[in-house]
Write a protein that binds this ligand. Structure first.
Ligand code: PDD
Length: 277
């Protein structure tokens, strides 16, 4: 039985209900966060909350709950659920309104929802076969916001699933942006490259953890533009996110990615250590 938090109450997840008139449902007018709790300890919670508060400001959503209160509730959700390793989902919408109107009513109270899912795989030393495909990025121009308006991402994932792919990597005007649910890194001539935040991407928390690790290992790194050709010709390609950690790509559009003596292994090892700390 999974325990969640909804608007001031802790409930069994199956008993949690919100109105169909919630702006999150009607307009996708809400933002979310996904973070991992390893051994019941939230991983990089401050970074996730930093991004969350930047997003709230970005969409002009005010919540009447302090950051400390929110953190306490998140901690309680983690503790109230049995599993040691969890994925915590947090969503805040602009709330319920009696009459549908694109312009929000300033009086409406935001809906706050937090729940826990099992974390399927702990970061480990596997280098599973990860197959990706490259597609044109047709999302909106504010992909830095972790918005629940995820229809484009859902469509990419449906396509990917139909084609037995693990992830779809997006490109815009010939340059890589990010994955449908992940950030992208590649290695060329022992240098690590990742698209900069100017490329209409989500500032992934795992991305920033990986950047710090690469820097600490004294491996050259650049946040820059990566062309589709660069990615296809890379020595290594990695994808990163909260639920999967860091994964090594083995195939891009059915072509094997060439690997030299992998930097991935070193970075993966450090990432695992971070999650155990
Ligand atoms: N998504 N880019 C996109 C489009 C994402 O959806 C995600 C993660 C990331 C990686 O961000 P982070 O490292 O902070 O998890 C990048 C989550 C896991 C999700 O939507 O479920």
């Amino acid at each position: 039985m999974s325990v969640c938090y909804l608007n001031g109450e802790f409930l069994n997840l199956k008993d949690a209900k919100i109105s169909p008139l919630d702006r999150g449902f009607l307009f996708g007018d809400s933002i979310y966060e996904v973070f991992a709790a390893y051994d019941k300890k939230a991983f990089r919670i401050e970074e996730h909350l930093d991004r969350f508060y930047i997003n709230l400001k970005e969409i002009k959503l005010t919540v009447n709950i302090s950051r400390q209160e929110l953190k306490n509730i998140i901690e309680l959700v983690i503790q109230k659920n049995d599993l040691s390793n969890q994925i915590i989902y947090l969503q805040i919408s602009r709330g319920y309104e009696e009459i549908r109107n694109h312009v929000p009513d300033i009086k409406s109270e935001s809906t706050i929802f937090i729940c826990s899912f099992p974390l399927k795989n702990l970061p480990n030393h596997n280098s599973d076969k990860v197959k990706i495909s490259l597609r044109e990025d047709f999302r909106w121009g504010k992909s830095n916001i972790k918005s629940t308006s995820l229809l484009a991402n859902v469509l990419y994932k449906i396509q990917g699933n139909e084609e037995n792919l693990d992830e779809i990597i997006l490109h815009d005007n010939g340059y890589i942006t990010e994955g449908a649910v992940s950030n992208v890194f590649c290695v060329k001539n022992k240098k690590v490259l990742t698209p900069s935040l100017q490329n209409n991407i989500l500032p992934g928390v795992t991305r920033s953890v990986i950047i710090d690790i690469v820097k600490k290992l004294n491996i050259p790194l650049a946040e820059s533009r990566i062309s589709v050709e660069d990615l296809k010709n890379a020595d290594e390609v990695w994808i990163t996110n909260t639920t999967k950690g860091i994964l090594l790509v083995s195939e891009i559009d059915q072509i094997k990615v060439f690997r030299e003596d992998m930097i991935f292994k070193e970075v993966q090892e450090k990432f695992i250590q971070e999650t155990l700390a």
